[in-house]
Design a protein around this ligand. Structure first.
Ligand code: SF4
Ligand code: ZN
Length: 307
């Protein structure tokens, strides 16, 4: 196969785009896709400050590098979850990457905040991943708001978005369907959230990270349960193989025709938000769910330690 751009030998085949690219032209394709996403969805401008959530995986590091190369004002944010062995390795990759590329980085430690994820796994009543995900989103937002950032960017790719949309659709989960998309506008207490890689598949992001020589943290989290998202991704992988472009069409179709209907529904039924009386984050209860989870886990830990 020849490169669609320069006719050299292609190293990446992209059936959904009826194209293939060589190692020099593929990053240009990647750049164009990110540029298109930012421009069409009005994600942010070169005058704004962007906080980029960095897990250490291929998507977040590829996003950070690409936004830097495009001249955006970016700062990385890594949350150290405090999981023995795993978290040190992830953090080392993020710190090494930011140092090698002279990038600004903030690190937030869950242990220092009083709730390392191993405590959540041991003492929370809900599944660890559901609480961990909530805690990460809470701190990403809080740090972005407190730091006066204009937007929080995450490395979610097309496969992540389609798997999540599919799971939400299977449950007809109206609140989640109402605000899924590549841009979630900011509002009182919430920073704008953007996903500049939403046009790119996991395969494409992995290729970009590889061709750019990014050293990634590839080990799975020891607490990962092989949740339904992984199964949904496999299912969509089969569909895409049989009918290239299907994933993007499903997602775009939802953005054009589905999301608005759920947004209207939620507008009518959603509860008003007020600042949490403990931490000030927006919530529709007096004390937010994160403060309640933190207090409950710490209390159970105290009881366990007391005997
Ligand atoms: Fe947190 Fe690990 Fe679960 Fe991911 S897999 S949500 S990092 S506990
Ligand atoms: Zn709170």
């Amino acid at each position: 196969m020849k490169c669609s751009r320069c006719k050299a030998t292609a190293c990446v085949a992209l059936p959904s785009h009826h194209a293939g690219f060589c190692k020099d032209c593929f990053p240009l394709f990647f750049t164009r896709q990110v540029e298109t996403a930012i421009r069409r969805e009005k994600m942010f401008t070169h005058d704004e400050r962007i906080l980029v959530a960095l897990s250490g995986g291929k998507d977040s590091l590829a996003l950070m590098l690409e936004l830097t190369l495009q001249g955006y004002d970016v700062t990385g944010l890594h949350i150290d979850l405090g999981i023995p062995d795993s978290s040190q390795k992830a953090r080392a990759k993020v710190e090494g990457f930011c140092e090698a590329n002279s990038l600004n980085l903030e690190v937030f430690e869950m242990e220092g905040w009083g709730l390392p994820i191993p405590d959540v796994k041991r003492f929370a009543t809900r599944p660890v991943c559901s609480v961990c995900g909530r805690l990460k989103r809470y701190h990403f937002n809080r740090i972005a708001v407190e730091g006066g950032y204009d937007a929080l960017a995450t490395g979610h790719n097309l496969d992540d978005e389609v798997a999540r949309l599919f799971a939400n659709t299977l449950r007809w989960d109206a609140p989640y369907l109402s605000d899924q998309g590549p841009v979630l506008p900011g509002s009182d207490g919430f920073v704008r959230k953007v996903k500049p890689l939403f046009r790119l598949s996991e395969f494409e992001t992995a290729n970009y990270a590889f061709l750019k020589g990014i050293e990634i943290h590839a080990d799975p989290c020891p607490y990962a349960s092989g949740a339904s998202f992984t199964e949904h991704k496999k299912l969509w992988g089969d569909l895409e193989h049989r009918s290239p472009g299907q994933k993007f069409q499903f997602y775009q179709g939802f953005l054009k025709r589905g999301r608005q209907a759920f947004a209207l529904l939620e507008k009518e039924t959603g509860d008003p938000l007020n600042p949490c009386t403990e931490c000030g984050s927006p919530t529709n209860a007096g004390i937010c769910s994160v403060c309640r989870i933190k207090a409950a886990v710490q209390e159970k830990k105290r009881q366990a330690e007391a005997g």
